[in-house]
Design a protein around this ligand. Structure first.
Ligand code: SF4
Ligand code: MG
Length: 321
């Protein structure tokens, strides 16, 4: 399998301004030294509680945000060194699907205009070529050509997300970053949209980075899963492995909360208490230690690095040293 996108030591820090002079008094390490690669046609799930940095990481991937440091490469080439022409092609190759597809869009536009807009802005296609693409795409996402003349408010949540998917896919991307793409939908509608996304992945040879706080949804979609806590990946492995034999106490506690997946297979009973610590002031050593029932002295002194403890199974925890 070939690597489509690879991130190495990505950090994204946001300054905290304080005092009368609004000077920088520190920073929030929203993403703190994250590395992974995603292969062509693969889905990497990114899970974690709200505030763990997964959305920030998604925005860094699609270049809506610049990383503070670290490297992103696309098919083996570092994107920071790309020529303007290759940069344009990279931007087309990676698209994002959001929870609310019309949050930032002009809803006075018809569906046809909404789906066609990226083609007008970013391609030289003729009007006839654009029309053909838009009409083919609306059918690919399970809607009708006659729907193109309607407006977003005329559609249900699930249909609106189909339109959001069409708008993202109209540029023929290779990678799609989905950020809580189905989180606002009812469970039965979620399944329809997820299955559509799987079908489209197959048909269009797409690579997904699938961000969600919902472990069932991530389990349904992913080939591999990375678990994030306070800006860092604490465990990463195949989908089967993570759900059957989670190693990190944080992953174990997350799975504990969804009995449908873990009840029979997860022998270690881990219950976490308390909230995610303030990311502006994370605990020393292992950031999870304030909530971890296994924390020992070394956990406050030394930050555990992400290590491969079994083939393809990475974990950042002193229990496995
Ligand atoms: Fe718990 Fe220590 Fe492992 Fe952190 S390193 S998860 S505190 S046992
Ligand atoms: Mg988020």
């Amino acid at each position: 399998a070939s690597e489509v996108i690879k991130v190495t030591n990505i950090k994204k820090y946001f300054p905290i301004k304080g005092g009368l002079l609004r000077r920088s008094v520190g920073h929030v390490k929203a993403v703190d030294d994250v590395s992974f690669a995603v292969n062509r046609g693969e889905t990497l799930g990114l899970v974690g509680e709200s505030g763990c940095g997964k959305s920030t990481l998604g925005r860094v991937l699609v270049r809506l945000l610049d990383a503070t440091s670290g490297e992103i490469s696309f098919k083996g080439e570092t994107i920071t060194n790309l020529s303007p022409r290759k940069m344009r092609s990279f931007r087309k190759s990676i698209q994002m699907i959001f929870q609310d597809p019309f949050g930032s869009l002009n809803t006075k536009m018809s569906i046809r205009q909404l789906i066609e807009e990226p083609l007008i802005v970013q391609t030289d296609l003729s009007k006839a070529e654009r029309k053909e693409k838009v009409e083919s795409m609306i059918q690919k996402v399970g809607l009708r050509i006659s729907d193109l003349q309607k407006y977003p408010h005329e559609f249900s949540g699930g249909q609106r997300q189909r339109i959001g998917i069409a708008r993202a896919l109209i540029m023929n991307p290779e990678i799609v970053v989905c950020d809580e793409a189905v989180s606002a939908l009812d469970v039965s509608i979620q399944a329809q949209v997820l299955n559509l996304m799987k079908d489209l992945q197959e048909e269009l040879d797409l690579t997904y980075v699938f961000i969600s706080h919902d472990l069932n949804v991530v389990h349904h979609m992913s080939d591999r899963v990375a678990v994030m806590y306070l800006g860092r990946i604490v465990e990463m492995s195949s989908n089967e492995d993570i759900y059957a034999r989670p190693l990190h106490p944080y992953t174990q506690s997350l799975l504990q909360a969804i009995p449908t997946v873990s009840e029979t297979e997860n022998d270690r009973q881990v219950t976490i208490t308390g909230d995610v610590p303030n990311p502006a002031n994370p605990p020393s050593g292992c950031a999870f230690r304030t909530r971890c029932p296994f924390a020992s002295e070394i956990c406050s002194q030394k930050r555990p690095e992400l290590q491969e403890v079994e083939s393809g199974h990475f974990v950042a925890c002193h229990l496995y040293n």
